[in-house]
Design a protein around this ligand. Structure first.
Ligand code: DAH
Length: 344
């Protein structure tokens, strides 16, 4: 190649490149063209430059200077077009409104029933209670037999209990955790067992087929009903306020003897009587009693040596009377507008 030919090729490229560059209509097309013009591998300019070495030495200086000028012109024209195409793409694409307020962060809240459980657990933790858990699919023996239910007790009826098989039920209460714990750990035992339980009930304003319970159990040598009363009264004052009045009513459960239900004076009307306490002035909080010797024996303990007391409460009930919630179903609807009110 002669110097004249070399310069002519450069001029030809310099002449036609601006039109081709202006003809690109997208950044993708631009990229293809840039590679075709000045790409290191197969660019047209690169191909001309590769001929530089075949020119006589004394002509290379002039040829190189000219080539450099063309290259700068090509790159300038390419950069101008790239900026234009970028601006065009931004215009037609989704627009950013930098003045728009940020989206609110969705922050979950603790469910009112979980809140009751957390607070109850905390109060008993201060007294040295630990947490024990048991299965929701439970052997019928743990749910009934070990808890001294007589063989013909109506609670075992298909109408009340959800059976998974001949000997397998969805536990109807958290009391089976009493026996499982006593089988596993020697006294002294002080445990709280929160968890879900199941009953063959339809949803109505005061019933749900699944709900939470909190079981409590204390077993040691020399435990008396005075311990039960003192501990549960302390709990009521810690939970409902230092001036809370409590009363214990005789009751019956197969697994406790004697049995008692604890009421607290209604905090809404101070015992005067209102809709929340159904005009009685009192709200039932829990069932309790001295652990029946048959239960201790079923768990393998010597009932001559050990005594104990237990209680069971329903945190949904507590949440309902505490917040004057008119219908238990609201607690299970997961309506965010309701649940958000309990944020903490
Ligand atoms: N398990 C009883 C129920 O589901 C509640 C209960 C009552 C538990 C008295 C106890 C207790 O531990 O002593 O209705």
């Amino acid at each position: 190649m002669t110097l004249a030919e070399f310069l002519a090729k450069l001029s030809a490229l310099e002449g036609e490149a601006p039109g081709r560059i202006a003809g690109t209509s997208s950044l993708d097309e631009w990229t293809v063209l840039r590679n075709a013009l000045v790409g290191r591998q197969a660019g047209e300019f690169t191909a001309i430059m590769n001929e530089l070495g075949s020119l006589p030495k004394e002509e290379r200086r002039e040829a190189g200077a000219r080539a450099n000028a063309v290259k700068v012109a090509l790159e300038d024209a390419l950069e101008v077009r790239r900026a234009q195409l970028t601006a065009k793409a931004a215009e037609s694409g989704p627009k950013l409104d930098l003045t728009m307020p940020a989206r609110d962060r969705w922050q979950g809240t603790v469910h009112p029933v979980s809140m009751v459980i957390d607070e109850v657990v905390e109060i008993f933790r201060e007294l040295g209670f630990t947490i024990a858990l048991g299965p929701e699919a439970e052997h019928a023996w743990y749910n009934f037999g070990a808890l001294n239910f007589p063989a013909d007790h109506p609670a075992m009826d298909l109408h009340d209990t959800l059976y998974l098989g001949a000997d397998q039920v969805l536990r109807t209460h958290t009391s089976p955790v009493q026996v499982r714990t006593l089988q596993q750990y020697p006294p002294p035992v002080r445990i709280l067992a929160p968890g879900n339980v199941y009953r063959r009930d339809f949803f109505d304003p005061s019933h749900a087929p699944m709900f939470a319970q909190i079981e409590g159990l204390v077993v040691d040598e020399g435990i008396s009903f005075a311990d039960l009363k003192a501990t549960l009264s302390h709990f009521a004052r810690r939970y409902f306020g230092p001036h809370t009045k409590t009363r214990f009513r005789p009751s019956y459960f197969p697994f406790t003897e004697p049995s008692a239900e604890m009421d607290v004076q209604c905090g809404v009307c101070d015992g005067e009587g209102c809709a929340v306490c159904k005009h009685s002035g009192w709200i039932e909080i829990l069932g309790s009693g001295m652990v029946h010797p048959a239960v201790l024996e079923a768990a393998g303990l010597d009932s001559e040596k050990y005594t104990g007391w237990a209680f069971g409460m329903g945190p949904a009930r507590t949440a309902i009377s505490r917040h004057a919630i008119p219908d238990i179903r609201i607690l299970y609807d997961s309506d965010v507008r309701f649940l958000e009110q309990f944020g903490r």
